[in-house]
Ligand binder design. Structure first.
Ligand code: OVV
Length: 395
C-alpha cells in the first residue's frame, strides 16, 4: 500500500512493548486526523470523531477482510474467519441476530441471581484473606467461575480458554514476539477449542446448546452454530477479565472514587463504563477500505488497512473533559470501549452483568482497596490490562 498524499507519517510501532504499556497515544492523536504508520503501511486514526465515524461506516470500512493486519483478500488468515467479527452484512446481520437473541439483557436476566451468589461467596472468602492479587483472585476467578458454565463447557480442559483468547487477540497484530510466544502450544489449544464447539461436547442448558437449537429451527447451519460458539469462546473471557481488571485497577489507583461508590452504590454501572473508557481493555481494531475515501482532506485508497485506536479515542480531549481523570460520575455515553456501529460488542450485556455483580458484592463488603505493590501490565497486540494487582481488601 502507498501513503496517501498530505498524510503525516509516523515511525511509531503501536505493537512494541513500550507502546502497549501506555496505549493512549497522545502523540499519534495530535499528529493529525489520519496518520501513516510506515512500519506497517497502514493508516491510523486516533481521534474520537474519526474513529467513531469509521466504525459507523461499515460499507466503506469493512470487516470481512479481517480486523487485524492480515488482509483476508490477499493473505491466509490463521483460522477460518469468524462469521460475525470478520463478516459484513448480509452474513453479519444474520449471525449477529442469533447471538443477540442469546446475549440480550432479557435473555441473561435468569443468570443474575446465580452470578450474585457466586460473587458473594468469592468476595466473602477474599475479605478473610485480606491480601490478594485482584487479577488472579477476582478479575480472572469470577469470569472463570461463571462464564464456561454459562456456555455449557465441560469441566476438563478449561485451562485452554485463556491461551486461546491470548492467541486470537495477538493475531490481530504483527507476527512479533508476543504473537509467537502465545502460539507456542497452538495446535493443542486450537484442537481443544474446536472440539468444544461441537454440539455433542456442550452441556445441556447452556448458551452453546441454545445456539444449536437455533440451527435446528433453520436460521443457521450446524457449521455456523459451531463457529458462533467459537466466537463466544474467543471473545467472551479475556475481554471481561481485562474489563473487570480495569475497574479494580482504577479503584485501587483512585481510592477517593471507591468512597464515592461506597456512598452511592447505584454508581456501579457508571463506574464500569468509566473504567472501560479510561483503560480501554480493547485498544485497537482495524478495518479495510472498500473504496477510495476522503477523511479530513486525506485521500485513502481502496484496500487500505486502517488502524483505529479505541483507547486513544476514549482519551481524546476534543471529546472528553479532563480525559485522563477517572471519574465514576462522568457521562460516559458514546465511549468506544465496546466499539461502535453494527459490530459493537454483542456480549456487552454479559460483560456488564459480570462486572456489576462482582462490584456490587465488593462494595457491600469492602471499605477500602489498598494497593500493596506496583501493578504489572499484561502485553497483548490488541488487549491492554493488568497482569497482577496486589491489593489489601479492608472490610
Ligand atoms: C477476538 C474476537 C473478538 C470478537 C469476536 C471474535 C473474536 C470472534 O471470534 O467472533
Amino acid at each position: 500500500m502507498t501513503k496517501p498524499t498530505n498524510c503525516p507519517v509516523s515511525d511509531l510501532d503501536p505493537f512494541a512493548p513500550d507502546f502497549l504499556e501506555d496505549p493512549y497515544h497522545d502523540a499519534l492523536r495530535e499528529a493529525g486526523p489520519v496518520v501513516w504508520l510506515e512500519k506497517y503501511d497502514v493508516c491510523a486514526m486516533a481521534r474520537y470523531q474519526q474513529v467513531r465515524a469509521a466504525l459507523s461506516d461499515w460499507e466503506t470500512f469493512c470487516s470481512s477482510r479481517g480486523v487485524g493486519l492480515t488482509d483476508f483478500a490477499t493473505e491466509e488468515p490463521w483460522r477460518t474467519p469468524s462469521i460475525i467479527l470478520e463478516a459484513d452484512p448480509p452474513l453479519h446481520t444474520k449471525t449477529r441476530g442469533v447471538l443477540m437473541s442469546v446475549l440480550s439483557k432479557p435473555a441473561l436476566q435468569p443468570l443474575s441471581d446465580d452470578f450474585k451468589s457466586t460473587a458473594d461467596k468469592l468476595v466473602d472468602d477474599l475479605v478473610v484473606k485480606g491480601e490478594i492479587d485482584a487479577v488472579r483472585d477476582l478479575a480472572e476467578a469470577f469470569p472463570l467461575s461463571v462464564f464456561p458454565d454459562t456456555i455449557g463447557l465441560r469441566k476438563d480442559g478449561r485451562e485452554n480458554l485463556l491461551p486461546y483468547g491470548d492467541m486470537a487477540f495477538n493475531a490481530f497484530g504483527p507476527r512479533n514476539e508476543l504473537f509467537e510466544r502465545s502460539f507456542a502450544n497452538a495446535q493443542r489449544v486450537v484442537q481443544w477449542i474446536t472440539d468444544q464447539c461441537q454440539r455433542q461436547a456442550l452441556v445441556p442448558g447452556g448458551i452453546g446448546e441454545r445456539i444449536y437449537k437455533i440451527a435446528d429451527d433453520g436460521k443457521i447451519t450446524e457449521d455456523e452454530a459451531a463457529l458462533l460458539v467459537r466466537s463466544l469462546l474467543t471473545a467472551g473471557l479475556d475481554t471481561t477479565i481485562f474489563g473487570i481488571g480495569a475497574v479494580l485497577y482504577c479503584f485501587a489507583r483512585f481510592p477517593d472514587q471507591w468512597q464515592v461508590l461506597r456512598e452511592n452504590p447505584k454508581l456501579v454501572r457508571g463506574a464500569f463504563e468509566e473504567a472501560l473508557r479510561f483503560v480501554s481493555p480493547v485498544q485497537t481494531f482495524m478495518r479495510t477500505t472498500t473504496r477510495a475515501v476522503d477523511v479530513e482532506g486525506v485521500e485513502i485508497s481502496e484496500g487500505q488497512k486502517v488502524l483505529l485506536f479505541l483507547a486513544s479515542a476514549n482519551r481524546d480531549p476534543r471529546q472528553w473533559e479532563d480525559p485522563d481523570r477517572f471519574d465514576i460520575g462522568r457521562r460516559t455515553l458514546g465511549h468506544v470501549g465496546f466499539g461502535h456501529g453494527i459490530h459493537v460488542c454483542v456480549g456487552q450485556m454479559l460483560a456488564r452483568l459480570e462486572a456489576q455483580v462482582l462490584l456490587t458484592s465488593l462494595v457491600e463488603r469492602v471499605e477500602r482497596i489498598e494497593l500493596t505493590g506496583e501493578p504489572t501490565w499484561r502485553l497483548n497486540n490488541t488487549l491492554h490490562g493488568v497482569d497482577s494487582l496486589p491489593v489489601k481488601l479492608v472490610a
